[in-house]
Design a binder for this molecule. Structure first.
Ligand code: TRP
Length: 459
């Protein structure tokens, strides 16, 4: 009865769509293309693929298996399984708040662009991407309102529960996202001048690795990690609702491969379009909000339609990720209630979690991602950087580092396969063992170092 009352995915497909939904997000569509653009195109891509297969899959397997074994969220799982790393789950819970403190603001901005392009369908003048973006950043009220809309959408889905909310949404939203993305790709690669963008992504060129191997390595591993939703218990939490009948290794590969394909496809949509517009794709964070908007504005009559489709697919990607972040904390409170013999009120919990996240996000929104310098001056750096530093920069690499140490060295790989995975079939055992014991810990230290460096804390 206890098992039942906690809820479960109704099917393996449902779990897969939810997990892919968590992974596929702003990281794929906004982060991946511009980071690839700024870090050597093809060379970045190759390194990314290797990292995802070796480090990404191992951490994914670890998280899903741990959650499925205990049937609890991140906090409860580490307390139950580890002596030395009891507190690691807390890093995840705190990270969820910090990530949502900026993720929902960017999600909100995307809603604004969707509305804008809808308007263009009905004849509104397109305007220049740069002007629109700057005005948005400097308009605290608009920023907070759109963030709020994004937060409400997220909250409503989480209130619906695992099967009735998250799974139901993801099963429809993820296939829809794929279709919309294909439409945008067809449009993007047929623009005049798009071919140079395709060549940039696909033409073998390893010179960037020779120039700055460590730089590309750090960026690619940080990106891979964020894109796969790893290091803070998201996948662990989703795994805790997974049936023991589902194979963890198979699902982990499917999630990693799907997320990587979507990142690539997003690259095929954005990079050629950016090349068609101005001959390069290294426009940085503005790629999504400045360059893409200009691309649609230039398309003429159908620009608004393609723009609306594009920004809608980004909204879907972002919402299906933010629900997983809210679920990490919601699951924690539901589990705590259950441990006290009470039935947690999911709706009330989800609302409170989102209210607190909204307060943090409002700060980032008022701050305009750092554009309103007066607002963050006393702190010393922009709020988004502050939230991002502690989550992506510190807590998440540490979370994955400690998880790999716990699995590889505290529990031991044998116990992991026999007990945590319940002896189910596992084809890439040796690779997993080497990964989790050696490559992941070292990789996480590199990510940590890279992140601290990018925030100017380490030289
Ligand atoms: N993976 C998502 C993206 O690419 C964001 C995300 C969701 C995330 N849950 C996470 C990132 C947990 C890190 C940890 O946009």
């Amino acid at each position: 009865m206890e098992e039942k009352s906690r809820g479960q995915w109704t099917s393996g497909f449902g779990f897969l769509m939810a997990a892919v939904g968590s992974a596929v997000g702003l990281g794929n569509i906004w982060g991946f293309p511009y980071k690839m653009g700024a870090n050597g195109g093809f060379a970045f891509l190759v390194l990314y693929l290797i990292l995802a297969a070796i480090v990404g899959v191992a951490v994914m397997v670890g998280e899903i298996a741990l959650g499925r074994r205990t049937g609890m969220g991140a906090v409860g799982t580490y307390i139950a399984l580890s002596k030395r790393f009891k507190w690691v789950g807390w890093l995840g819970a705190v990270s969820a708040f910090l990530i949502m403190g900026f993720y929902s603001v960017i999600g909100g901005y995307v809603i604004k662009y969707f509305v804008l392009n809808l308007g263009m369908i009905f004849g509104a003048a397109p305007g220049a991407g740069g002007d629109i973006f700057n005005a948005l950043l400097l308009n605290p009220v608009e920023g907070v309102v759109y963030t709020f809309v994004f937060m409400v959408a997220t909250c409503v889905i989480v209130m619906g529960g695992i099967a009735g909310g998250i799974e139901k949404f993801s099963k429809v939203a993820m296939p829809a996202l794929a279709v919309m993305l294909l439409i945008i790709i067809v449009r993007a690669v047929t623009l005049d001048g798009a071919a140079a963008g395709l060549a940039f992504m696909l033409k073998p060129n390893f010179q960037p690795l020779r120039d700055d191997f460590l730089g590309v390595l750090k960026t690619a591993s940080g990106q891979m990690f964020f894109s796969l939703s790893l290091g803070m218990g998201c996948m662990l939490t989703y795994g805790s609702y997974l049936s023991k009948k589902e194979n963890v290794e198979k699902n982990s590969w499917l999630i990693v491969v799907s997320d990587t394909i979507v990142a690539l496809l997003a690259g095929f949509a954005v990079v050629p379009a950016a090349f068609a517009l101005n001959g390069k794709a290294s426009a940085g964070p503005g790629l999504l909000f400045v360059v893409m908007q200009d691309v649609f504005a230039k398309m003429g009559a159908l620009g608004g339609l393609f723009g609306a489709i594009f920004y809608l697919l980004v909204i879907i990607a972002a919402v299906s990720s933010s629900i997983s972040l809210v679920e990490v904390v919601t699951t924690f409170f539901m589990d705590s209630a259950k441990a006290k013999g009470k039935e947690g009120n999911r709706k009330a919990i989800a609302i409170w979690v989102c209210v607190v996240m909204m307060v943090l996000a409002a700060i980032t929104a008022i701050d305009g991602l750092g554009a309103n310098e007066k607002f963050w001056k006393p702190l010393g750096f922009a709020w988004i950087d502050f939230f991002d530093l502690w989550s992506e920069g510190i807590f998440m690499p540490l979370g994955a580092l400690f998880m790999s140490l716990m699995i590889g060295w505290e529990l031991g790989v044998k116990r992991f396969f026999d007990d945590i995975l319940g002896g189910e079939s596992f084809k890439t055992r040796k690779l997993f063992e080497i990964s989790i014991k050696f490559i992941v810990p070292v990789g996480m230290l590199i990510v940590l170092w890279g992140q601290l460096q990018s925030f100017g804390i380490l030289k």
